[in-house]
Each structure stands twice: as C-alpha cells, then as structure tokens.
Design a protein around this ligand. Structure first.
Ligand SMILES: Cc1cc2nc3c(=O)[nH]c(=O)nc-3n(C[C@H](O)[C@H](O)[C@H](O)COP(=O)(O)O)c2cc1C
Length: 193
C-alpha cells in the first residue's frame, strides 16, 4: 500500500498535510502494511505532528478509563542521558530514529487493573504506530535493555510507580520493509462448540 494524502504521497517536510484526515488509508490495509523500520531519515518529527500522534494514542480501549499511559518525548538532553546509561555499545542503536518516545503506564496495586492497564497502553502504542504509518511515517516498537535498568529509567525520570512499555522510534522511512511471515489464521484460531 502506498500511503497517500488526498493529493499524493506524504513526504518529509510536508508536515502541514499531516493534519488532513487519513481518509486515503483503509484501516485493514494500514494494519497489514505497517512495518517495523530500523532505518530512518534524519529529520525529526515536528512537535505538532508528535502531538497529533499521541492524541490518537489516548483513544485506545481502556477499562475503567484509567488513562494509564504516559508518553515522554525525548529531547537531546534526555537522549544523551539515556545513551550514557546504555553504555557505548548499546547507545549507537539509540541514534537510529530522529524521534524517540518512551511509553509507560502508571502501575496499579490491583493486579487485575495493572494487567489491563498494560494491555491498554500496548493498544495506545500500536495506535500511535498506526497513526504514524497512516501519515507516511516509519515506526519501530523497541524495548531496549537499558529501559529495564534503574539508570536507564532514571535517565528518563521514570519512577517505580510506572512501568516501561515501549521506546517508540519515529521518522521518515529510508527503505521498504518486507512483511515477516505470520502463522496462518487456521493455526491460531479455534472455534469452540
Ligand atoms: C512488545 C514489543 C516489543 C518489541 N521490542 C522489539 C525490540 O526490542 N527490538 C526489535 O528489533 N523489535 C522489537 N519489536 C518489534 C517486533 O520485532 C516486530 O513487530 C516483528 O518483527 C514483526 O514485524 P512487523 O512489526 O514489521 O510486522 C517489538 C514488538 C513488540 C510488540
């Protein structure tokens, strides 16, 4: 699927058009054609575009409307701190995308709510990735090891009251990605009597 606005492909630097409704993108096409990208053009997303994507994220399903998700858009200082925490080998991978957003959720003492809030936040991350894809952007859901360590979490100000879910990578794509094979539906679906 080529992702288009109403007058043609959405291209870097043409962000004003990102405010157009995504009426050219069929939902199922978008779900099938979204890919994990690991090579990005260097241009960071403008703030208003990031705001649009995160605004979409908050429409994810959410039992009891707890609004559990939190998004931290990394600026240069935060990125540097995270790279320091990651160490020299792992830090190079943090430079792959021009825009990084850490998604967390606020932990609950109730284990059922905690699990549901994790699921809701995963849905929100996916909604952000789909909204980005719908605008011709490339995305990548990454869970780097550094964000499972206290120094990594400290670098982004993530307190123990929150749990890390995703380091969302966003930018404009540099290359097409082949879809990885999925198990056929017949293998994963059971109709119960
Ligand atoms: C919870 C979660 C964590 C992920 N973490 C990583 C990661 O740390 N590194 C990575 O290369 N891909 C990561 N991915 C992306 C998957 O590898 C990717 O979705 C999968 O290969 C299928 O490719 P597609 O997204 O293009 O369909 C993660 C995806 C999810 C849902």
């Amino acid at each position: 699927m080529s992702v288009t606005g109403s007058t043609g492909p959405i291209i870097p630097g043409d962000c004003g058009r990102a405010s157009l409704p995504c009426d050219a993108v069929d939902v199922e096409d978008a779900i099938r054609s979204r890919r994990t990208h690991k090579a990005f053009a260097p241009d960071p997303l403008p703030r208003e575009l990031v705001d649009q994507l995160l605004e979409v994220g908050r429409w994810a399903p959410n039992h009891h409307l707890t609004n559990p998700w939190r998004f931290r858009v990394l600026g240069p200082v935060a990125l540097e701190k995270l790279k320091e925490a990651a160490g020299p080998e792992a830090s190079a991978k943090l430079d792959r995308a021009p825009t990084l957003i850490a998604a967390t959720f606020v932990r609950s003492e109730d284990p059922v709510q905690d699990q549901e809030d994790l699921c809701a936040t995963a849905c929100a991350v996916y909604a952000v990735l789909l909204a980005a894809h719908g605008r011709g952007l490339a995305g990548y859901w990454r869970t780097p090891g550094v964000l499972r360590t206290p120094p990594g979490l400290d670098a982004l100000g993530i307190a123990p009251s929150e749990q890390f879910v995703a380091l969302i990578h966003l930018g404009w794509p540099r290359q097409d990605r082949e879809p990885p094979v999925r198990a056929p539906a017949a293998e994963i679906v059971t109709y119960l009597d």
